[in-house]
Design a binder for this molecule. Structure first.
Ligand SMILES: NC(=O)C1=CN([C@@H]2O[C@H](COP(=O)(O)OP(=O)(O)OC[C@H]3O[C@@H](n4cnc5c(N)ncnc54)[C@H](O)[C@@H]3O)[C@@H](O)[C@H]2O)C=CC1
Ligand SMILES: O=C(O)C1=N[C@H](C(=O)O)C[C@H](O)C1
Length: 253
């Protein structure tokens, strides 16, 4: 049995993870902690893998604490920048060099297979289209914009365009009050917050006379659970020491 502790256990995602871990045959719930709880209760004696779904402002600190505690971590919280990822890598190297411990941290911007594939398809399509923009649409209780997934998709499109030696996208906007969205790696990203929505993303790709739309819809948070459990199993297997980012690393794509 893989012993799993959940941090952010009272949240929208954390509460789904608690249920998924209790329901799966090969996992069992160790500790379920939330804001105000002491994370140093989590140790290798009671936990094989921690799943962390909290808020962007606290996630890095939680992950660094958990690395010090000697446990492996699967993270779904958003808000990761290159600088924050570097801090995680450094902390993992430090425990290896100081204590000889090979620990794993896995971070996924999105655990839903529809979103992971949408990202892969967008990367493949990007070099074939003059224009590409990303629209993400979420429930209005979400605290960050744009979504971590949209940032990841924009990076993928930007990288694919750069690798293909493409020029900047055509855009003759002369005045912009903010309606053209945030530009990430040269890609305009737009965020919609609407009651009734859960998590959705559209990638629009255009050429003269044609358009490709790639759309992923998570209608329910259960859509993230197979990906979370896959990550827990992979990380518990000790086959991924260090930092791994993205569920695509565990899929034969
Ligand atoms: N990677 C993915 O597939 C997905 C990622 N997310 C991301 O997961 C994060 C959480 O989303 P939701 O569950 O909707 O948010 P939420 O607000 O419902 O839950 C966050 C929970 O974290 C707790 N928390 C806050 N500070 C804490 C601390 N210092 N230590 C422990 N717990 C703390 C809160 O009390 C709350 O229970 C967000 O960043 C969201 O974007 C959400 C859905 C899917
Ligand atoms: O807050 C959410 O709900 C989600 N957050 C993640 C993100 O920011 O990409 C993943 C998914 O979109 C749901």
């Amino acid at each position: 049995m893989i012993r799993v502790s959940v941090v952010g256990a009272k949240g929208r995602m954390g509460s789904h993870v608690v249920k998924a871990v209790e329901d799966a045959e090969d996992t069992q719930l160790a500790l379920a902690l939330d804001a105000g709880d002491d994370l140093t209760q989590i140790t290798p004696e009671n936990t094989d893998v921690v799943v962390e779904f909290t808020v962007p402002a606290v996630s890095l600190n939680n992950v660094l604490t958990l690395i010090k505690q000697g446990v492996n971590v699967v993270v779904g919280t958003t808000g990761w920048t290159d600088e924050k990822l570097d801090q995680v890598r450094k902390a993992l190297i430090e425990v290896r060099e100081t204590h000889g411990r090979e620990q794993s941290v896995f971070i996924a911007p999105n655990f839903a297979i529809s979103a992971v594939l949408a990202d892969v398809f967008a990367r493949i399509a990007a070099p074939y289209f003059e224009s590409a923009e990303v629209i993400e649409l979420h429930h209005p209780d979400k605290v960050d914009a744009p979504s971590g997934t949209a940032i990841h998709t924009a990076h993928a499109i930007g990288e694919a365009r750069a690798a293909a030696g493409m020029e900047a996208m055509p855009d003759n906007t002369q005045t912009d009050g903010g309606s053209r969205g945030q530009v990430i790696d040269g890609v305009h990203v737009h965020a919609v917050r609407l009651r009734g929505l859960n998590a959705h993303e559209e990638v629009l790709l255009g050429n003269a006379g044609e358009q490709l739309v790639i759309r992923a819809d998570s209608f329910d948070r259960v859509s993230f659970m197979p990906g979370v459990l896959l990550a827990v199993r992979k990380i518990a297997s000790h086959a991924y020491p260090g930092l791994t980012v993205g569920l695509d690393n565990f899929l034969a794509l």
